[in-house]
Ligand binder design. Structure first.
Ligand SMILES: Cc1cc2nc3c(=O)[nH]c(=O)nc-3n(C[C@H](O)[C@H](O)[C@H](O)COP(=O)(O)OP(=O)(O)OC[C@H]3O[C@@H](n4cnc5c(N)ncnc54)[C@H](O)[C@@H]3O)c2cc1C
Length: 422
């Protein structure tokens, strides 16, 4: 196994999610010597693929991408993986006040995002306060609240309008993020990118402390110390506390996580022997207001080979299931989605369930959000270098923040800044 050595590297990268991996590749290609230190046993972070006993690859985290996500498209192709389409038939089923309704509109896509792109940047109040100004009926508000809780992972009365808008406004430029998936899994892609780095990638190497002496960084891991001229911290601010920041100039990082909250999220993939819902009025999406934040999406391959639904329990829905066993969560979820899809939903051939809430190394899913702030946006200091210490993660992306594509772009961007200074 490659591991921390005694040599001094130009850049040490903490974290091998898509941001850290992309930074590593760009730095290596730019001629810098690097060492990537990943806490977990594999690369990928919030993207994780498992090989199931049924012979298929399942995505526990990030899964979907689209044509405008050009980096992800390019990487899937470069590493010889197989892109597949995702079925998205028209029609949304909503459970509202216990009644099943068919909706023609995806409220999130057509009301929330459209209005957000046209709205003022600095409105006071919570995201819910702003949604209530959109003039929607009760069903519309409930659907937006539930859809946002699924995407954001927090009840929308808990987050300021400004913190959400600042991030989501950079989403402009895609039509359908569910357009493609990868047959072998995007976690497999992360593994190949890590392998490509050779000895410069080190798994099972959590950085537990970081100090500075004589203009060099010293990173402590269980298997040794890495010394580097520069450091890129490539993980979300919610997990900054995993590191003991020892140098006087880094003390601000000890309290910085207080400014952020991570999303609550349970993802469950349900595979069936056939797509029994085809031909019914269920199109591609089911949503419920009770619990708010739960969505069920068709993630099948329209050409055959995989008939599956992905259930996302975000925000209130994830909180409602806190402390339950996987079997109890599954039973609850099946109770909730049966009225949308019918009794056959109770007999999946394969179930893959992952609870990302409070994950020790990524914080949660899908994103980390800034709490309401009074003066400086807490993301701002993470966009600057601090005497050779740089930050990157999907949330800091110049485009597609909070997405895998955003992570790749954020990683490339920080690498360009670091290379410029080497
Ligand atoms: C359930 C779920 C579904 C999603 N669906 C999609 C989707 O369909 N499409 C999409 O584009 N995006 C999706 N996302 C979001 C996407 O996965 C993330 O935005 C992206 O992967 C984040 O990449 P990152 O590199 O910024 O951070 P991360 O993936 O969080 O990577 C950070 C890495 O740093 C490591 N680390 C942290 N601290 C340390 C330390 N002290 N020492 C060493 N290593 C450390 C972590 O182990 C981790 O590997 C989803 C996320 C989740 C959770």
């Amino acid at each position: 196994m490659a591991g921390p050595g005694t040599n001094i590297v130009d850049v040490a990268i903490i974290g091998a999610g898509f941001a850290g991996l992309s930074a590593a590749h760009a730095l290596r290609d730019g001629g810098a010597s690097i060492q990537v230190l990943e806490a977990q046993e594999q690369a990928g972070g919030r993207v994780k693929t498992i090989q199931h006993a049924d012979g298929r690859a399942y995505e526990k985290g990030g899964q979907f991408y689209c044509t405008t996500m050009t980096n992800v498209c390019g990487l899937v192709e470069k590493y010889g993986l197989t892109r597949r389409d995702v079925r998205k038939l028209p029609g949304i089923v909503a459970m509202l006040g216990g009644k099943r309704k068919l909706l023609e509109t995806d409220f999130l896509e057509h009301h929330f995002f459209e209005a957000l792109f046209a709205a003022e940047p600095d409105l006071p109040g919570s995201l819910l306060d702003w949604v209530l100004t959109l003039g929607l009926d009760d069903d519309g508000v409930a659907m937006i609240k539930s859809g946002c809780e699924e995407v954001i992972g927090r009840p929308i009365e808990e987050l300021s309008y400004r913190s959400v808008r600042d991030l989501l406004i950079k989403f402009d430029g895609f039509d359908n993020t569910m357009e493609f998936a990868c047959v072998e899994g995007l976690g497999t892609l992360a593994g190949l990118m890590a392998k490509d780095l050779g000895a410069a990638f080190c798994a099972n190497a959590p950085v537990t402390a970081l100090d500075r002496k004589n203009g060099l960084f010293h990173l402590t891991t269980p298997s040794g110390t890495v010394t580097a001229r520069k450091v890129i911290y490539a993980a979300g601010p919610a997990v900054l506390r995993q590191i003991d920041w020892k140098a006087p100039q880094d003390q601000w990082l000890k309290s910085h996580p207080d400014h952020f909250v991570a999303g609550h999220m349970i993802k469950i993939v349900l595979r069936y022997d056939s797509a029994f819902w085809l031909g019914s009025d269920y199109g591609w999406l089911g949503q419920t207001d009770n619990p708010s934040g739960l969505s069920v999406m068709d993630c099948s391959d329209p050409k055959g080979g995989l008939d599956a639904l992905a259930v996302f329990c975000g925000g209130t829905a994830a909180r409602a299931m806190a402390g339950l066993s996987e079997d109890q969560v599954l039973a609850k979820v099946l109770d909730i989605i049966e009225p949308m899809l019918g009794p056959k939903v109770r007999t999946p051939a394969t179930v893959v369930q992952t609870n990302w809430t409070d994950h020790p190394w990524v914080g949660g899913g899908y994103d980390t959000w800034a709490r309401p702030w009074e003066t400086e946006d807490p993301w701002a200091p993470m966009q600057r270098a601090h005497d050779g210490l740089h930050f990157t993660c999907a949330e800091l992306a110049p485009a597609f923040p909070g997405f895998i594509e955003g992570a790749t772009r954020a990683g490339q961007e920080v690498a360009a800044r670091v290379l410029h200074k080497i």
